[in-house]
Design a protein around this ligand. Sequence first.
Ligand SMILES: [Zn+2]
Length: 406
Amino acid sequence: MKKVNLIALLLTALFLFTACSNHSNIPESPNHSKYIYRMADGSSLDWDTAMGMPIKINLVNGKTTPVCIDPLCMHDDADCPFYECFGCVADGTVIFFRRGWISRTEVGFEGSEKLCTYNAATGEVRILEDYTDSIVYAGIHDNVLYYYTAEFSSENDTWICSYQLHLADGISGKITDLPLEKEYTTEGGFTSNSDYPNILSIDDERIYWMEYSGISDAIYYQTDRMAQNKQMLAGGQTAGGIYHGGYAYSVTGISELIDPSAGRTPENMINTYALHRTSLADQTKETIAGGLTTPNFIITDRYIFTLEGLSTESKGSKKILHGCKVSRMNHDGSNLTVITETDKYDFMYGEFSGNEILIDCYEDEENTYLALAFYVTDEDGNLDISPDTLILNAATAEFTVSEYIE
Ligand SMILES: [Zn+2]
């Protein structure tokens, strides 16, 4: 069995979410940014597929600008910092992206990939390193990128790939090689594989990892931010989800029959979600919220926010929400409070994928700002993701749509 299929299955089943990366105890430092980034068409930044112009959204005032702010730039020649940008990720004020590519030839691989940064605060572009090995994304947190370089070699007519882990500090530009306890190799010349350790989540102190041992058993562990001082996480319950304050948060789907005497038809089923947290210290698992109609949640330093539709419609494996109700609770599930609802906007998410509506947040001393992806109806009556971002001010319970400034 191919391991790559196992990880795809596992990630789907566990609803992997992105944790809110901002922290209220640090008011406004370069590492804790009120800016979030999306692609100009509303899709997420992505290391492997995204190409085009990222946009920068200020969650406090709603102003949105292309990251290339030169008004005369057509973004179509080498004067544009994003010309030939292939794939990018951001967290903080630095966007990491790559330029160039490595291609397979009959005799091996040729070409090179440059690891580049763009500082959205200063506009500065830097080439940090020019690699003849593929750059494989592992994780990002507060302007620090974790990545593997994957070196191909040929052995007995098969391609072998070996990995080296690095971190790049996007502010200083410094690259540090990180330890791996053993050499991970994958066969076939593909880097999209689960044989090397994958980063599940990064917080201010720790990195949480998953790797496979043998054919199917996943093991989980944490290290410090320099990938040292490895500690195993006992049991499998901490798999997936968001790691926050010593707990792993995850969602499970529950299917129940409306009429228990009738069959398991889609009309007779009701699907709800429960939110759990598992202590990393003693592995105790508790259910902190149940009966949720969507798996969407996001964790800030103060609260957990959930989002549900006022009415829901199924479209294949997608759910369409008309209107939404946003609630918050404490990290242990107590004090569940509805903060607002609106019937003005439509949303959509895949039943087996993660947090596609509550996409990001920024929290300062007084307030929490939530970023939501919403959908608009096009002229043919189809729902399309909006290139704008819906912002909820949690203190005033007001929604605003981001405003694009050329
Ligand atoms: Zn440009």
